[in-house]
Design a protein. Structure first.
Lengths: 329, 442, 320
């Protein structure tokens, strides 16, 4: 990264990536509720309606199943839709379109029909959004053959991954955590792409590995940083991509540390942690010096009151104590 | 042409149906759409209509009403006027064989697992990582009190045991060679007490044994050997040694020596002497490696006193060249020559074996490239020098040329400093060795 | 609109009828697995509509889609081979009856789910409008789909954006075995168009000339930027919902017989003879050739190789 890289927010970086791609390829169009002149609930398309016009930046009725099914057909004949669904909770109405159509059409057509669709929008716990605007849900899509799923944690990755997602001929879920949208970071001015399926080691260490994703990445870094004063060095791996999972990077880290904790804001049962755990036990059993640990949100819908909301998601303190507990194993 | 009437499939998963009754008699004239027979399926009784016109003929050995009949079985024929029933079925009439797909390579469970079930009750809980280390080092973990939660034996317990028992630590290659030669670990332990045993040592041990004829030969330690052994094992037990390897391009060093050789007026310094000079410069910048580790402190020593490991008849000796940084190449060459001679003849003075702050050991003569030197306690570091040999190298990122390669092996005490500064020191040594003019002029 | 080749319509409908006839036999023999929903009785709709389409125009079909595939130009060989599960099928044996894809000729898939194809046709039309192409999209669906939310959302989206898409409802009176008169508060389809603000028309779906003409007008309007239309073709399927299912209990034999009297193929045959388009002998020759072609298609499928099991996990993603 060049030192002169300007500082952008996560949303600004993603928007710059979207605009660059739309400039490059006229078959790209965006649909969503309030993404036209309004510029999107989260400013994801601010200024793009004026720049690209109503056919390419298209306000929709509140009809998630309708416009997602519509974008399926558009992708089937060569357009490249970007669905801006605002909240991931909203597209559950289109689950049949997602699972039965979008994820399967490439396969059912023996690869003759591509499915270049990006599904982007907000996930995550925070801000008292309550249960219909706080869902993570990404394991659903990682479970299913046919989807790519990315959860960037920095403005840099947001831009590079959104550009890659738009260029991909596969359906990609690009999920933006609410708490990250206003965070700032350096973003190169020159063009770059980030690969889908590659995890990033955010800080190196020898005593334990913490694998995490999304908003939990910074929270984990904040949690483990004071531990270094006690001589503990913790390696933090940012998954970046939920599907495919970068198991080799996790395996390499665990081969060094022998201990693994998976911190995930989504629920524990049948989740990303379960998948990583199974893969590491299978492929890296002899590396393990302690049982693999998981830290997730409590198994309940996401409540409204800030006190209750805090009680659900893993906090910095929860993460630190989970790490210490792992080290004591 | 005879048209076969078979038991149809009613529903996706139906494997058979009950032939309820014939709705037309054998020999009846049939039109398209006429009901031929009734079948009882899962849901209902259904009448099966004819898709063809002709004469219905039911063979004598056909299934009879009331019978459950597999889907696809022949029930009757539709024949043209005057046509004979076929003697054998025109076609098998059953669904074609679908090849068995084997997409994934999943196999049956390992048979050996069942054998392990018997051991379960007495099993000591041990982490996979600790178990791997224990197996590699031949440690029996039964009876160890593990420090993990629930008493599980974890990696640190095996490491501590290795330290406590001063068991020989075998390199993986050494362990394999020993195993292939049916050599007991205990035998090696006797031969090389308290030290890390290399593949070379195991090979030497095996060849000695072969020459000997008797299965074992006890060679009593000389006092020097004992002292060496004690010193080495003490150093190992007290330190936390880590070895770093780095390949360097020694072409310029070789050239320097060749040019000095070519000039008769010059004495030619050995590689050890050249490295004394290199180290003196590098240690000036990396003072943490020119030091001694005490119980809870690191003593940085001002003087740069470098020892050279010398193989003698009486064992390993390490004469020390004091204040290397204050001497030129000629002086060093002369002093090293004298000390090595005195060490070999046993006339070396005790003071010349003391106060070393760093050590060089050179196995290049024996064609060794990389190895894991043992720290000369209480020093912080020791530099192993391998052989110099021509090797293709990438130069300037694009061309491959033959250069003189040499591998350096730096063992340092992790208690005294971390990996990064040690590596940085090794990088400095590399640079000075690759570019001797950097220090020749100083 | 080019003048119709009425004989072509007859040939097209016969091909569907004969191919279905042979597929029924193959199903009984166990050579076809899974589901097999025949199109018998509805041939005039697929043939009449698709006669107005070029290979670049796209069709999104239903679970009862063999007729749409054949009318859109997919070979009977490829359709039969797909249903036999063979490597030579439209999707190399991975789709079967309900997943017949042939994008090369604009056949964008039959489907196992009722409704989504309405949305997909709308989306294809969106892409044509965005990319400024002249192509149109057609969604075929039955009366069962009309009560599904996809119908509501798709027709509304197509209307507000004036997309070049034709919604063709084949109202055959039953969704599986549930009568439309039972499941719909308003048992008419065409007049629902008013609710969304697009033109709608109900016609005799067993009259291939009428289907061709009406669909042609709607397609022409869409091509010229006039937006979507809803076409309700009143028709009837004369075989059971699916092969292997009893066709009893939900409709009377009299009802089936009365619709067989209105069989689109017999009607069109009479039309051809009455208008002197063909002679009885000429039609007989054509009929024999059509039957033989259907039999040959089965033989092609039967003798085709099975797919390589190693291909079972291919094409999940674009690069594989």
């Amino acid at each position: 990264m060049s030192e002169s890289a300007p500082t952008l927010t996560f949303t600004e970086a993603a928007r710059a990536g979207l605009a660059e791609e739309m400039e490059r390829d006229p078959s790209i169009f965006v649909v969503g509720e309030g993404i036209g002149p309004r510029g999107g609930n989260f400013n994801t398309t601010l200024g793009l309606f004026e720049r690209f016009g109503p056919r390419r930046v298209r306000d929709t009725p509140i009809a998630e199943r309708g416009f997602i099914g519509m974008c399926t057909g558009a992708a089937m004949v060569g357009a490249r839709p970007v669905v801006d669904f605002m909240f991931l909770d909203f597209i559950l109405d289109a689950f049949g379109e997602l699972i039965n159509q979008i994820a399967k059409i490439q396969y059912m057509s023996s690869g003759r029909i591509a499915m270049p669709m990006v599904l982007r929008g907000c996930i995550g716990i925070g801000g008292s959004a309550a249960t219909h605007h706080s869902g993570n849900y990404y394991p659903f899509f990682a479970h299913q053959p046919g989807f790519r799923v990315v959860v960037p944690s920095t403005p840099h990755d947001a831009k590079g991954l959104l550009k890659t997602a738009i260029r991909s001929d596969d359906p990609v879920l690009f999920l933006e955590h609410r708490l990250l949208m206003a965070t700032k970071g350096p973003v190169p001015t020159e063009e770059y792409l980030e690969p889908i399926g590659k995890a990033k080691v955010r800080t190196t260490g020898n005593d334990a590995t913490v694998v995490t994703v999304g908003a939990m990445v910074q929270r984990t870094l904040d949690a483990v940083s004071p531990l270094s004063e006690d001589g503990l060095s913790i390696e933090v791996v940012d998954l970046v991509s939920i599907s495919p999972l970068d198991i080799p990077t996790i395996l390499e880290s665990v081969s060094k540390t022998g201990r693994l904790l998976i911190v995930d804001e989504d629920y524990e049962p049948c989740g990303i942690g379960a998948e990583i755990c199974a893969r590491i036990v299978k492929e890296g059993f002899d590396f393990l010096d302690a049982p693999i640990a998981r830290l997730n949100s409590a198994q309940a819908p996401i409540p409204y009151s800030p006190v209750l909301e805090k009680a659900i998601a893993p906090s910095k303190e929860d993460i630190a104590s989970a790490v210490l507990d792992l080290l004591a194993q | 042409m005879a048209i076969e009437i078979v038991m149809p499939r009613l529903g996706w998963t139906a494997e058979e149906g009950i032939l309820k009754e014939w709705l037309l008699a054998d020999g009846s004239k049939v039109e398209i759409g006429d009901a031929l027979f009734a079948v009882e399926g899962d849901k209902a009784v259904e009448e099966i209509t004819s898709l063809d016109p002709g004469i219905l003929r039911i063979p004598k050995d056909a299934p009879v009403p009331g019978q459950s009949v597999p889907v696809g079985s022949l029930l009757a024929y539709i024949l043209e006027e005057g046509e004979e029933m076929p003697a054998v079925p025109a076609q098998a009439g059953t669904a074609p064989e679908v090849p068995q797909a084997t997409v994934t390579g999943e196999t049956t469970p390992d048979a050996s697992i069942t054998g392990l079930q018997a051991n379960r009750k007495e099993r000591v809980a041990i982490s996979p990582r600790a178990r791997r280390l224990a197996l590699a080092q031949g440690i029996n973990w039964q009876g160890i009190q593990g420090s993990g939660r629930t008493g599980r034996v974890v990696e640190r317990d095996i490491v501590a045991l290795l330290r406590r028992q001063k068991l020989p630590v075998l390199s993986p290659v050494a362990r394999r060679i020993a195993a292939e030669a049916d050599l007991e670990v205990e035998a090696l332990q006797e031969a090389f007490p308290g030290q890390r045993i290399s593949a070379e040592q195991v090979r030497a041990f095996i060849s000695e044994k072969k020459q000997d004829g008797s299965p074992r030969q006890v060679v009593a330690f000389t006092p020097t050997r004992k002292a060496i052994a004690n010193h080495l094992s003490a150093g190992l037990a007290r330190s936390a040694p880590v070895t770093l390897h780095m390949e360097i391009d020694a072409t310029e060093l070789v050239r320097l020596r060749d040019q000095l050789k070519a000039d008769a007026r010059q004495s030619v310094p050995s590689y050890n002497v050249l490295f004394l000079k290199v180290l003196a410069h590098a240690l000036q910048d990396h003072t943490h490696l020119n030091a001694w580790v005490e119980e809870e402190a690191l003593i940085l020593v001002k003087a740069i006193n470098i020892g050279i490991a010398v193989q003698t008849d009486r064992g390993l000796l390490v004469p020390v060249i004091h204040e290397v940084d204050k001497k030129n190449l000629n002086e060093l060459q002369t002093e090293v020559g004298e000390l090595v001679n005195e060490a070999a003849t046993g006339t070396i003075h005790q003071s010349q074996l003391q106060e070393g702050t760093f050590t060089i050991t050179n196995l290049g003569t024996w064609e060794v490239d990389a190895f894991t030197p043992i720290i000369n306690s209480p020093q912080v570091g020791i530099l192993g020098i391998g052989r110099i040999r021509p090797k293709p190298m990438v130069v300037d990122k694009e061309s491959i040329v033959v250069r003189q390669a040499l591998t350096l092996s730096l063992t340092f005490d992790h208690r005294a400093l971390d990996g990064a500064p040690a590596a940085s020191f090794l990088q400095r040594v590399k640079k000075l060795a690759e570019q001797p003019y950097l220090w020749l002029t100083s | 609109m080019r003048p119709p080749d009425a004989l072509d319509f007859y040939r097209g409908m016969l091909q569907i009828r004969n191919t279905e006839g042979q597929l029924v036999r193959a199903y009984r023999n166990g050579e076809i697995m899974g589901a097999c929903h025949t199109y018998n009785g509805q041939e005039a709709v697929a043939v009449g509509v698709c006669a107005n389409l070029s290979p670049k125009d796209v069709v999104f079909s239903t679970h009862r889609g063999h007729g749409h595939a054949l009318a859109k130009g997919v070979s009977a060989d490829a359709v039969a081979a797909e249903m036999f599960g063979r490597a030579t099928g439209t999707s190399n044996g991975r789709g079967g009856s309900m997943h017949l894809f042939a994008p090369e000729v604009g056949m964008m898939g039959t489907t196992g789910i009722v409704g989504p194809n309405i949305l997909q046709a709308t989306g294809a039309a969106y892409a044509f409008q965005l990319l400024e192409k002249e192509e149109v999209a057609v969604a075929f669906f039955g009366d069962g789909a009309v009560n599904n939310g996809a119908f509501h959302e798709g027709l509304n989206l197509a209307t507000i954006w004036e997309l070049p898409v034709i919604f063709v409802c084949e109202n055959n009176l039953y969704a599986t075995e549930i009568a439309f008169s039972y499941s719909a508060g308003n048992p008419e389809v065409a007049n629902r168009a008013d609710a969304y603000g697009l033109p709608g028309e109900a016609i005799d779906g067993n009259d291939v000339m009428k289907v061709w003409e009406t669909a042609g007008q709607m397609i022409e309007r869409a091509r010229k930027g006039g937006g979507p239309s809803l076409l309700e073709c009143k028709t009837y399927r004369t075989r059971a919902h699916a092969e292997g299912m009893p066709d009893v209990g939900y409709r009377s034999q009299e009802e089936v017989a009365s619709w067989e009297q209105r069989d689109p193929i017999a009607r069109h045959r009479a039309y051809l003879l009455a208008h002197g388009v063909a002679t009885p002998k000429g039609l007989e020759e054509l009929e024999a050739a059509s039957l033989q072609a259907a039999i040959d298609a089965m033989e092609f499928a039967r003798t085709s190789p099975w797919p390589d099991p190693a291909t079972a996990t291919k094409n999940v993603f674009a690069e594989t």
